[in-house]
Design a protein around this ligand. Structure first.
Ligand code: SF4
Ligand code: FES
Length: 236
């Protein structure tokens, strides 16, 4: 069937303002939106820029806005949209456009680095690896599924209003280490997150949870950080 794609185009090096370009793609209902973008680039217009790699919801590189909703182009199918085969494809909101659907992810990864996304342990290094029980790993399991696609952070209304807010994806990563039984930096991690630019910036709007392509309860995990901060204060 014929599908109409209206695609955001902007090359800051050449264009004064963004524009939208129309393409018609022959697609099956089971085709991914990424398949359609590939058909556009491979068969019609090699100048169209977008990111993608794995095509299977693993690498997190192809989050875009599809008919007003953020999602992974490789996870969303043509048949998922009841829009009479009309699609509007735009870049992720929040981030600066580098070209067409490619946005500058540096601010996103800066915030990710800010929360120290690695294990910190004062314990002596073990002979092989730092083990934890299955029960302890279950606590942090939701956060292990994160593919850093930025769908949550780009959708979050607080991130849009406050550029200093660390955002849901970075908070989820912080949760992963705050609740990791092997990490010994819990106190300093919680102190770092105890601000309006940290965990308290979250106003529990659930948009991040709704949009997450991996089904991660992001808002709930941020709530667990807030609880840990309160508990830390009580214990002080
Ligand atoms: Fe993407 Fe979900 Fe991770 Fe946010 S929490 S970056 S939406 S996978
Ligand atoms: Fe890797 Fe979509 S291309 S997640």
């Amino acid at each position: 069937m014929k599908c109409n794609f209206t695609v955001f185009r902007f090359d800051p090096a050449d264009d004064d303002t963004p524009r939208y370009q129309e393409y018609t793609v022959d697609a099956e209902p089971t085709d991914k939106i990424l398949d359609c973008l590939n058909k556009i680039r491979w068969e019609q217009d090699p100048t169209l820029a977008y990111r993608a790699s794995c095509s299977h919801g693993i690498c997190g590189s192809d989050a875009v806005t599809i008919n007003g909703h953020v999602g992974l182009a490789c996870q969303k199918l043509v048949r998922d949209y009841k829009t009479a085969n009309n699609f509007v494809i735009e870049p992720l909101p929040l981030f600066e456009v580098i070209k067409d659907l490619v946005v500058d992810m540096d601010p996103f990864f800066d915030k990710h680095r800010y929360v120290r996304p690695y294990l910190i342990s004062d314990d002596d290094p073990p002979e092989k690896e730092r083990l934890q029980s299955a029960e302890d790993q279950d606590i942090i399991e939701p956060a292990l599924r994160c593919i850093l696609c930025a769908a949550c952070t780009s959708t979050c209304p607080i991130s849009r209003a406050n550029p200093d807010y660390v955002g849901p994806a970075a908070l989820l990563r912080a949760f992963r280490y705050v609740y990791d039984s092997r990490d010994t930096a819990t106190g300093s991690r919680l102190a770092q997150l105890n601000s309006e630019d940290g965990a308290w910036g979250c106003k529990t709007m659930w948009w991040c949870t709704d949009v997450c392509p991996k089904g991660i309860p992001v808002t709930r995990c941020i709530g667990q950080i807030k609880r840990a901060i309160r508990q830390e204060k009580k214990n002080a």
